[in-house]
Ligand binder design. Sequence first.
Ligand code: SF4
Length: 302
Amino acid sequence: MYNKQKVKEIVINYLITDVCDYHCKHCFTDIDFDGKPNYMGHSVEDHCNLIKRLYDFFQPDNPNNPLGNRLDYSQIRLNVTGGEPLLVPNIDLIFAFASKIGFNPSIITNANNLSEDMVLRIGPHLRQLGISLYACTRESQIEFGAVTRHNKYASLDNVRERVAMIRKVNPNIRVKINTIITKFNYNDDFTQIIEDLNPEKWTLIKPLEFYNREMGVSFEDFNAFTDRYKEKFKHCLTIELGDSFVEAFIMVLPDGRFFSCEVTDDTGNNTYSQKFDDIGMEKAFYEVFVNYRKYQDHLYIM
Ligand code: SF4
């Protein structure tokens, strides 16, 4: 028996697809989740069935829920990520369903497909809008790989407009910005765009070393970068070194498996559970490693 820690909500990350329209150079979706092409073959009904099973399993009073006797919580966030979730057809119906059954849904998106229509469709259902914002100039956006095959990307003006619009559609929504620091964006000045977006959270991330060899910045440079913003944005800024993410999340794939990223000296290994349909969700949970201390520390950052 553990002393239960009180937390506001727990977070389950749902990696709804490994397809993305960008090709960021640091991104592990380039590596592919497990060598298979993507998770676009699942219907809305498939996603909703799995989401309902997850919701039931992670209820605090479910005796088989591994978090139930560690954490004291009443809310569960479903953080939908990828790949690029907005490429999944009818994603709005999936968010609507998740919200209806009791999840606090959130998304991490590159915002390239965050059209006005999309804002209207998903905005009302979301607890948090997370945007991966990697560059402030066209040159660094392209060097970063945060562009489509035709060098199209969400401009800062578009991001500003859509964030303002989603706050009108849903005044309770939280906005979170994620920025990975590499040699491609190290010299960009994020002050104006972060002032304009006024996010509730802004996370600056140094990528894991093994993703980092060709594009990374030294610790010295990373610290110099973060020092530029620490004081001005202290109300929202968090700083993450890549390895602090390792084993810090509960991650689920659309075919009903848990997934985790473990790291050895110079490489990362993805670990997959067997399918829930084959061994049940509880046994599957224990087939991947979650560091509960890190998981709890990240609940307020995710
Ligand atoms: S936008 Fe996100 S998912 Fe897409 S390539 Fe970049 S880091 Fe990967």
